[in-house]
Design a protein around this ligand. Sequence first.
Ligand SMILES: [Zn+2]
Ligand SMILES: [Zn+2]
Length: 132
Amino acid sequence: MAECTDFSCNVCGFKIESWSDGHPYLTDGSGKRHFFYHPGDEDECREFYQKEMGRLRVVEKDYLAFWRDRGGCEVSLICLHCGRQTQRDPERDTMRCTHCRRNELMDTQELEGRSCPKCKRGAFCGEFGGIS
Ligand SMILES: [Zn+2]
Ligand SMILES: [Zn+2]
């Protein structure tokens, strides 16, 4: 279950919607990431593993190794310098903003009290936005 927090700047009203869960993915042989939006529904991930590895059945140990090797989770980030929003895997990807080239990307879950990149004067304040 994911929880949503609506962050808004107390000066200019700039809004960021932030979800508590990330975007789990598995990488195929060519390096492309495939996202699984219902990680609770594991069948899809297992099928992907079987197809990629050419296995007829799932060997639990290999399946876990496959996740360690090819899997990850992207989170929603925002650049505290220019306000650009992006999605990255903090364990594998660079934390440099592709727009302004600074290392100021931050998980949108941790925006509470941070200064606003739009107006540079206000700070973000979070509000419960719902559950999905
Ligand atoms: Zn602002
Ligand atoms: Zn930036």
